[in-house]
Design a protein around this ligand. Structure first.
Ligand code: HEC
Ligand code: HEC
Length: 344
């Protein structure tokens, strides 16, 4: 995989399109393109990430189709809401609302998570309900609080559209819009949403000058207090934890899907990549700033039943709190991936 270690502001274009099969999860890309193979998208990844977990090469036509569908409100009942309404590129694919707003202003249960690096997540949703992008892709359509459009109606619209049938045929060897092709296109696009390398990555790679003094101090505090859960280059173990946030009956967390009372208050540990752009925070958007989040941890959580033993008062000084926040801000690549320029 290509690696970028040297720049803070990566180019807005996060993709390289090559006329060869380059993207497999199980080995390095081949430098010898098959002469007539379809164009594929290769995604540059930060140091420490493995290649994008993939079901196969990310075919450029498929990714471009998925991107168009992702931003097209045709997939909602009243044609006002697209996936991109709640997953805005500039907000690292979150929406800035406490809890998402779907068709006709209907308020959902939860805060929209960032879709950056979503291909790497071991499970999806705050409670881990869905195992894969394919499993999740049509869920927002069926959700009456989100897009509220039966899949058969969505497919009928796409089949009657002046351009989509051709775009699907190009992307899927002549196949038109169908449940599997729609799912596959949306998932292919989302697999390309990999965060560009950040100052944090440069510092990890040994570039000492990538961090100022406060950020170094913040990293040390992060390693002591936070890294147990927000671990490694992805800044998450991908596990579930009760970080002491008071739980409401409306949303008991993982208990919602396991029905096990021991899972009450457990939420997926979010990655903190691009966290400066994904406010408000926590599953219900209860905190609007990083400052408020650090307050939560500093006071040792809300003392929620089942609170993780690793969450307790930190007694940070003002300087330490500022350093921790300065560090959290280095996790942003400052440029969301764009692929409009894709030309297979
Ligand atoms: C009305 C707002 C809304 C719309 C429209 C919407 N989403 Fe989401 N999305 C959310 C919310 C809220 C969650 C978190 C749900 C949960 O945890 O229960 C989410 C979660 C996800 C996740 C899981 C991310 C993770 O890390 O867990 C993926 C993937 C996703 N959405 C993709 C899509 C796609 C693809 C579409 C369009 C077909 C779409 N979303 C439409 C609000 C929305
Ligand atoms: C015991 C595990 C654990 C520890 C330790 C921990 N966190 Fe978290 N963190 C979580 C969980 C779980 C959530 C999601 C909570 C929710 O949605 O209700 C979370 C959420 C967050 C969020 C919000 C991200 C978002 O997208 O909404 C930030 C920021 C954050 N943590 C920063 C920190 C910092 C800074 C520390 C150290 C002071 C820390 N965390 C320590 C488990 C942990």
């Amino acid at each position: 995989m290509q690696r970028f270690l040297a720049s803070v502001l990566v180019p807005a274009i996060a993709f390289a399109v090559a006329a060869c099969g380059t993207l497999h999860s199980d080995g390095p890309p081949s430098d010898d393109p098959p002469p007539d193979g379809p164009a594929v998208v290769s995604v540059p990844v930060p140091d420490g990430f493995r290649a994008v977990p993939s079901q196969g090469p990310l075919l450029a036509h498929r990714v471009a189709l998925g991107e168009r569908l992702f931003f097209d409100p045709i997939l909602s009942s009243d044609r006002t809401v697209s996936c991109g309404t709640c997953h805005l590129r500039e907000k690292a694919f979150t929406d800035g609302h406490l809890r998402s707003v779907g068709v006709q202003g209907r308020r959902g249960l939860r805060n929209a998570p960032s879709l950056l690096n979503v291909a790497y997540r071991r499970s999806l949703f705050w409670d881990g309900e869905h195992p894969s992008l394919e499993h999740q892709a049509l869920v927002p359509l069926g959700d009456s609080l989100e897009m509220d459009l039966p899949v058969r109606e969505a497919l009928a619209r796409l089949k009657a559209h002046p351009e989509y049938p051709t775009l699907f045929a190009e992307a899927f060897n002549g196949q038109g819009p169908s449940e599997p092709t729609l799912i596959d296109a949306l998932a292919a696009f989302q697999r390309t949403l990999v965060s560009a390398p950040t100052r944090f990555d440069r510092y990890r790679a040994g570039e000492a000058e990538a961090f100022n003094e406060a950020e170094v101090r913040g990293l040390v505090l992060f390693e002591i207090h936070c890294q147990k859960c927000h671990a490694g280059p992805h800044l998450t173990t991908d596990g579930f934890a009760n970080n002491g946030a008071a739980v409401s009956d409306e949303d008991p967390g993982r208990e919602r899907i396991t029905s096990d009372p021991a899972d009450r208050g457990l939420f997926r540990i979010p990655s903190l990549r691009a966290v400066a752009r994904t406010a408000p925070y926590f599953h219900d958007g209860r905190f609007s700033t990083l400052d408020a989040v650090v307050d939560h941890y500093d006071r040792g959580g809300d003392g929620t039943p089942g609170q993780d033993v690793r969450i307790g008062p930190l007694h940070l000084t003002d300087t330490e709190r500022a350093a921790l926040i300065a560090f959290l801000r280095t996790l942003d690549d400052q440029a969301a991936p764009v692929s409009q320029t894709l030309t297979p």
